[in-house]
Design a protein around this ligand. Structure first.
Ligand code: CA
Length: 227
């Protein structure tokens, strides 16, 4: 049974995460304090850590720094609050494997947990591996995608658009850039084509496609993917 450590001080988050991960068959340990979390991690082996940023006694970043400086390679998913995009970047630089922004859907969290655990098991010998964007888990090597347990049909072009956004995640990608990179120069195509593909991708990966939080419109320029 895979062991997950949750370091999170908010009682409702603790309960929600524990209950749902246990239902999925994981063995869950919950700690509500940074220092105690670090100690627990140093003393016990875990397969995955869900690590909150704002914690009593020691921040999630400091816990992560300490863990990595001690050579502990456990996969870590940071739990960041809305609007803390700088935190996400910092977390990844410090050695987090992924991050998820509160509030998140349960399905999105479970997809990320599964993807990170799978990566940790070294099943990605192709060097690509699964990527989680919103509620979609996608393997760019095979162009296959899942949402929860359901297979999601993706066309090759949809995958290529998403791949280009993924390769430039957290950056603005212009419509022209997408047109040139994905379709190549074709005078019959307009940037409208790009917009249509973005709409379809949002239907597939956004929890609420009308209020996208993963493929953002950058007005007057293009799009930005926030995984
Ligand atoms: Ca907190």
């Amino acid at each position: 049974m895979e062991q997950i450590l949750i370091i999170e001080d908010e009682p409702s988050m603790q309960t929600g995460l524990r209950d749902n991960l246990e239902i999925e068959g994981y063995e869950v340990t919950v700690v509500g304090d940074g220092k105690e979390g670090l100690q627990t991690l140093v003393e016990n082996p875990f397969d995955l850590v869900l690590l909150d940023v704002m914690l009593p006694s020691m921040s999630g970043f400091d816990v992560l720094k300490q863990v990595r400086s001690r050579g502990i390679k456990v996969p870590v998913i940071m739990l960041t609050a809305k609007g803390e995009e700088i935190d996400k970047v910092l977390g990844l630089e410090l050695g987090a494997d992924d991050y998820i922004t509160k509030p998140f859907s349960l399905r999105e969290l479970l997809a990320r947990v599964k993807a990170v655990l799978r990566r940790g098991q070294g099943t990605t010998s192709s060097g690509t591996g699964d990527v989680v964007i919103g509620e979609l888990t996608i393997d760019f090597a095979t162009y296959s995608a899942r949402r929860g347990d359901a297979t999601v049909d993706m066309t090759a072009k949809e995958c290529e658009v998403l791949k280009h956004l993924w390769d430039h995640r957290n950056q603005t990608v212009t419509r022209d850039q997408l047109l040139n990179q994905v379709w190549g120069y074709d005078e019959n195509l307009s940037t409208r084509t790009v917009d249509n593909f973005i709409l379809r991708l949002r239907q597939k990966l956004e929890p609420d496609p009308a209020r996208p939080k993963h493929i953002l419109t950058m007005h007057g320029t293009g799009y930005k993917l926030i995984p």
